[in-house]
Design a protein around this ligand. Sequence first.
Ligand code: ADP
Ligand code: MG
Length: 485
Amino acid sequence: MQYNEMEGIKELHQEVWENCLKVIRDNLNYQSFKTWFSPIKAIKLDNNILTIQVPSQFFYEWLEEHYITLLKKTIRNELGPNGRLEYSIVMEGAYTSDPYTIKIPTSNRKATTNPSVQMPIDLNAGKSKEIPNPFVIPGLKKIQVQSQLNESYSFDNFIEGDCNRLARSAGYAVACNPGKTAFNPLFLYSPVGLGKTHLAQAIGLQVKNNFPEKTVLYVATEQFTQQFIDSVRSNNQNDFVHFYQMIDVLIIDDIHFLSGKEKTQDVFFHIFNHLHQKGKQLILTSDKAPVELKGLEPRLLSRFKWGLAADLQVPDLETRIAILKKRLYKDGIDMPYEVLEYLAYSITTNVRELEGALISLMAQSSLNKKAITIDLARQMIDKFVKNTAREISIDFIQKIVCDYFDIPVDAINSKTRKRDIVQARQLAMYYSKKHTKASLATIGLHCGNKDHATVLHACRTVNNLIETDKQFRTYVEEIEKRIKF
Ligand code: ADP
Ligand code: MG
């Protein structure tokens, strides 16, 4: 089929790729598909070779490592047994417009070095809005309740992933029907930095959108406690209780801070009962599940279990990438895709830290007038991620492996194909993949100037041997111990 834009006829390569995508979509979850396949563009089809464009070296390696079987199958389905795939890596925002190309499944694949990348930065764009002033001291019946909601914590800005699907959809249901679902109270729990406050606020914002006449209030537990103490001091405890009993949707954040505060728990118990009986919605967040909360009265804990308790978990890589992308988009900031991936890949525990790393990287770059590059990101992460107390480098790994087998380190970097050296080289690659953040290409480069495919092959070989060869497994375990201590 000839290309004819005017008549809206699709080029053949696009059609082929779209057919592949249909199959791929059916085999992946939504977020993975969106992260790894939506950004791909099909560029051409020549001699049964389909060329697709991907935004970074890391991206390509990730596809190769995780989706190659699926890709091969779909390509062969479309193009027959001789069908082949070629990647063209074009980095977003790179100065150079020269893509470099990687062929698959030929054996001689090699990536050239990355073009340098520089991005404009606007630090002001990253500033988050301030939460409005604490609300008026309760007492007057007709006061306008300031909801204390932060517009940026919306559902739109909350990325859905396997980690938060239940909590998010329950939250959404509550926002559409406050007080009328079985999720009352809705109890959201997780360790810090995984989105409880964001999600709880999103529900509040959405209720206000859907039902402008409803009174929504977000309050942190510490604030609630302080207000109560103040009301006791000034002898208007009743006003305090009445104020809270007027609310239609009450969001109390970090309820675990009520622990040990018996008087506040008592007053909260009465407020809770009143609101619940009246069919008003309660949304609570906590750092633990109700059963694990300590220092709270049993009658409160049992009420926390009336509705739905849903946890937020650590997001997977795809979700982390999507969160960073959204954040950059929202703030109008541009950053090379590979740096974004690198951040998401390196910081795994907590969304707040992930965002902290992003902000810190932008600040560093702006203050020192350095371009945002992988190297800058790497330096920053090394300082940022506290739990990598001792950096394990490829060189260090090579030394441990060679010492173990009593061979000179140079041997690994030589061309020799002697069996014991090959094995040491493969092990060095395997441990480097496991313990460093280096890309497959970098590992290959430092272990005998091999390409990334050789590294992948080495990792597979080692994994196979671990499973089948007991002696080998013992080697691997002993070397592992030396690397770690
Ligand atoms: P917690 O209350 O659990 O400590 P927060 O709600 O304060 O966590 O989240 C920490 C940061 O991470 C916030 O800036 C929030 O916007 C962001 N965040 C967490 N989860 C998500 C998500 N799923 N999508 C987008 N941003 C998120
Ligand atoms: Mg919070």
